[in-house]
Design a protein around this ligand. Sequence first.
Ligand SMILES: [Ca+2]
Ligand SMILES: [Ca+2]
Length: 314
Amino acid sequence: MKLNKSVAVVVMTMLAFAISTAGAANAEHYTTLTLRTMNADIRTMSDGNIYLSLFPSSQTFAGVPFSLQVDNAGNDVFAGVGQLVINVGVFGVTDVYTLINTAYGTANANVGSITFNGSAGASYTVQLIEGNNVRDHYFGRYVNSTSASYVTQAVFGTNVAGRAHLDMQHFVLPAAFQSQNLANIVFNSTGGNSGNPFLVAATVKDNAATYFNVTAIPDVNGDGKVDNALLGESHGNVYLLIIDGVKGGVLKQVTLGSTVELTPISLTVVDDANANGFKDIAVLYVKPDGRSALQLRDSLTGALVKTMNIPMIR
Ligand SMILES: [Ca+2]
Ligand SMILES: [Ca+2]
């Protein structure tokens, strides 16, 4: 609905800080982005009182952390016809979450776009369409519906007539981004009174993994060169990776269990217990009861050969 603060036509290239919120080791890895430049205050919009508690604060909406900011002038979103460039600089981003709604809006109007630019050429643009992936923040006489499955309506606020709300868009980036930095996100607003999109906050999720140990294993891909086995953890699971010792590509990836079930310690090469001609790998880990165990995994297939409890020390 109405933007009480006058928003001039602006084309802006603004910087933003990326604040890492890695959190617990077992948590998914999110980075909340801070908009360094804002030019409107949604607390003054229709039913804007519901936003009073939000700025500034850290919030979790639908399981995704967001950083909500307010500047010295009392602005808390980027709005109006113009462009905001948010520098990111996070490697291997898989998902981007945004809080975007509009003031006003005409059904099916193209009111802008959001573009994700990689550091090595990847680029992905999504148009912002009223009634598809954006809608009025206020449930009233403008556009009150979204059809895109990746929009979660009213992650904050109330989704009924006469009340305001914020919606969350979940963009899944193409695979090319997993081998480069997400350099920046360009929020482009063109809608004017056909729908004036405003960006409240954005957060990115990456595929960061933590590796605990690596060991050389006899050649498993037949190029005559020694390969490597790695023990790692990502997104709440513990993994064994067999990678090409020369080129680094993944030959086999298997999940050993969740980080709730096992805490990875180390791994080593052992003899060929399952007699398939390839040495096996013993992974040492700690169970929830504090006792340690070994998973014996085949170095070619990653298949579980056996699990061995380790005798207590007397
Ligand atoms: Ca090899
Ligand atoms: Ca074997």
